[in-house]
Write a protein that binds this ligand. Structure first.
Ligand code: SF4
Ligand code: SF4
Length: 365
């Protein structure tokens, strides 16, 4: 599965599922947005995860399941089990790793087996990671992983388009892989690994929400570290408890994918968040409320505002609401992966997501 295919699916509600396998990570990156580290113990119950993924059916399943963390490859057997179970129903799996294992001379066999069972393998790299795992070792491990036949890519993060680190690191990638390695270049932000390219609308004034400012982060359900399934991939929302009712889609111990997907797709409030954004809804239909502290605070409060809930029911219920949702997500996807990254990631490097793969298209699936 190509990186550009994954990115292309990102705006489509419930086209993907993000699963955090563990908050634990052997690395201790200074900027870690998930608060991961060697001492973190939180993780969903593996049995619940297996059962939840087994609830996918040929007709009702995500197109892609992305396994992340923390460090998902601390549990290579679970990665493999989930990927093989998902594949039986037609879902493809991508894994995103911090590459702790690249410090060893060769990639451990269990990690190679896990890599061979997934459809895409992405490595995270940035200045902080490089203090933990040298870049050359990440490159060497990517070559070894690519030899399993699975497509590989790099998630490279910097401070912005003018970051000299990004210029230098992309030049190094080109020297090493000769223009064949796809790279998703992002800017460091506090939204979490699961967010990948997405982020809330930028520079939205919280006291003037009249203009629609849709949220791109409410598309793919996220399995959080405690097994709760949340409608938003912003790490603050993923970690926040209690979860506001409209953002809570269920729990892997209790629900099936079909239930979670239906809640994600059919909720009028979520449809409004995805199509006009929380501030617009609040400004129009709860105008007497004091200004929200932030864009996401406005969202968190929505289910407690009767005027906003009633307006969402009127506007975004039933077939009309589904059509509105579909139209907005198709509009976002229409111009392809490069255009999406140009809008949501680090624009000057957007076209890097379309690069083929080391070894050429025949060498990989
Ligand atoms: S590799 Fe990723 S998850 Fe692990 S500490 Fe670094 S940023 Fe956090
Ligand atoms: S909390 Fe709401 S507005 Fe904020 S990123 Fe999540 S879905 Fe979007």
């Amino acid at each position: 599965m190509r990186l550009a295919e994954i990115i292309g699916l990102r705006p489509q509600p419930a086209a993907g599922l993000l699963v955090t396998l563990t908050r634990r990570c052997p690395l201790s990156c200074a900027h870690c947005s998930t608060g991961s580290g060697p001492a973190s113990a939180e993780r969903p119950d593996p049995g619940d995860l297996r059962r939840f993924v087994a609830s996918f059916t040929g007709r009702d399943r995500p197109e892609v399941m992305m396994l992340t963390g923390g460090e998902p490859l601390l549990m290579p057997g679970l990665v493999r089990d989930l990927a093989l179970s998902a594949r039986e129903k037609g879902t493809r799996t991508a894994v995103l790793s911090g590459m702790f294992f690249a410090r060893a001379r060769t990639v451990p066999k269990a990690v190679l087996r896990a890599a061979a069972s997934v459809d895409h393998f992405s490595a995270s790299l940035d200045l902080h990671h490089e203090r933990e795992v040298p870049r050359e070792k990440v490159f060497a491990a990517l070559r070894e992983l690519s030899a399993t036949g699975t497509r590989v890519s790099l998630h490279l993060t910097g401070t912005g388009p003018d970051d000299p680190y990004l210029a230098e690191a992309t030049a190094a990638v080109d020297r090493e892989f000769g223009g064949t390695l796809p790279v998703l270049v992002n800017e460091i932000r506090a939204f979490g690994r699961a967010a990948a390219w997405a982020r809330p609308a930028r520079a939205v004034r919280t006291d003037d929400g009249a203009a629609p400012a849709p949220c791109a982060m409410a598309a793919w359900p996220v399995v959080a570290f405690d097994g709760t399934v949340i409608a938003c991939c912003n790490q603050h929302a993923v970690d926040r408890r209690p979860v506001p009712p409209h953002l809570r889609l269920g729990h892997v111990a209790e629900d099936t994918w079909g239930t979670v997907r239906a809640r994600a797709l059919d909720s009028p409030l979520l449809r409004m968040v995805r199509t006009v954004g929380p501030l617009h809804l609040r400004a129009r239909h709860a105008p007497n409320e004091p200004p929200a502290a932030s864009y996401c605070d406005a969202c968190h409060q929505l289910s407690a505002l009767p005027g906003a809930v009633a307006a969402a029911e009127r506007t975004a219920s039933g077939a009309a609401g589904a059509l509105l949702d579909l139209t907005v997500s198709r509009g976002r996807s229409a111009h392809g992966a490069t255009a999406l990254v140009r809008a949501h990631g680090c624009a000057p490097y957007a076209a890097w997501v379309e690069r083929p793969a080391p070894g050429g298209p025949e060498a990989v699936r």
